[in-house]
Design a protein around this ligand. Structure first.
Ligand code: NAP
Length: 248
């Protein structure tokens, strides 16, 4: 069976590392991105240089129309999707809850929660044996924040990841008998650009001393956990979580 993977937010950080590792493991990869076309093109080129197959597709996962177009494009160019990594996610400036506007809450929940639901919906339509599909695997990128709560920084972001955990548990049970496994990784303290969005680009350097391993993590260390959950090695694993947090 052709292995076809969509990585949302595949242009940078954890998504880019996942796209590259997946290509090495034989997946044809759709590198979805929001704005950074050059970064997405670089990921595609790095895959092609190693003999892999990849396309870059711009789509805002928070937009139902964009998500439908994204999956249709993959149908046409790579074939029926067999794997989805719901990785696209955002956080905004560090602040306490009493300062958060409704507009911000809408942005964070739209990208992180609605986006993952919409992509999961389109994936299930194509993977489920109920709809004539051959099955597949979904990995949601949650966060250690769903357990820790991110007080004083972004409780909204942490709560959006709590919703992703529940999505993982519920959807896993809903589609378990239809050939689809749904799992999640919960990273924390990974060196990527996301911390700059919170206003603290060097956040990992500040907090690493408080982690049991006393270091931050690399995107590839998350990607390896994601690829294991996607693989047949994880064939009896669904509704599960891998914490990639250096022990935190
Ligand atoms: P990042 O470096 O900021 O990259 C974010 C990626 O998501 C980019 O490819 C971006 O595309 C894309 N994106 C953002 N909003 C999007 C939207 N609405 N539609 C489509 N794509 C969108 O982030 P990261 O640190 O790799 O984070 C990836 C995931 O891991 C997120 O879900 C995050 O919550 C989670 N996570 C990260 C950490 C950490 O320490 N880094 C810890 C726990 C969980 P453009 O390049 O076009 O902007």
């Amino acid at each position: 069976m052709n292995k076809v993977l969509i990585v949302t937010g595949g242009s940078r950080g954890i998504g880019a590392a996942t796209a590259q590792l997946a290509a090495q493991r034989g997946y044809a990869v759709c590198v979805n991105y929001l704005r950074h076309q050059e970064a997405a093109s670089r990921v595609v080129e790095s895959i092609e240089q190693l003999g892999g197959r990849a396309i870059a597709v711009a789509a805002d996962v928070a937009s139902e129309n964009d998500v439908i177009q994204l999956f249709n494009q993959v149908d046409g160019q790579l074939g029926r999707v067999t794997a989805l990594v719901n990785n696209a996610g955002i956080l905004e400036s560090q602040m306490r809850l009493e300062s958060m506007s409704a507009a911000r809450l809408n942005r964070v929940f739209a990208a992180n929660v609605i986006g993952s639901f919409l992509c999961a919906r389109e994936a299930v339509k194509r993977m489920s044996t109920l709809h004539g599909g051959d099955g597949g695997a979904i990995v949601n990128v949650s966060s250690g924040a769903s357990r820790l709560g991110s007080p004083g920084e972004y409780v909204d972001y942490a709560a959006s990841k709590g919703a992703i955990d529940t999505l993982t548990i519920g959807l896993a049970k809903e589609v378990a008998s239809e050939g689809i496994r749904v799992n999640a990784v919960r990273p924390a303290f990974i060196y990527t650009d996301i911390h700059a969005s919170g206003g603290e680009p060097n956040r990992v350097e500040r907090v690493k001393a408080f982690t049991p391993m006393k270091r931050g993590g690399e995107a590839i260390e998350v990607a390896r956990a994601i690829l294991w959950l996607l693989s047949d090695e994880a064939s009896y694993t669904t509704g599960s979580f891998i914490d990639v947090t250096g022990g935190a």
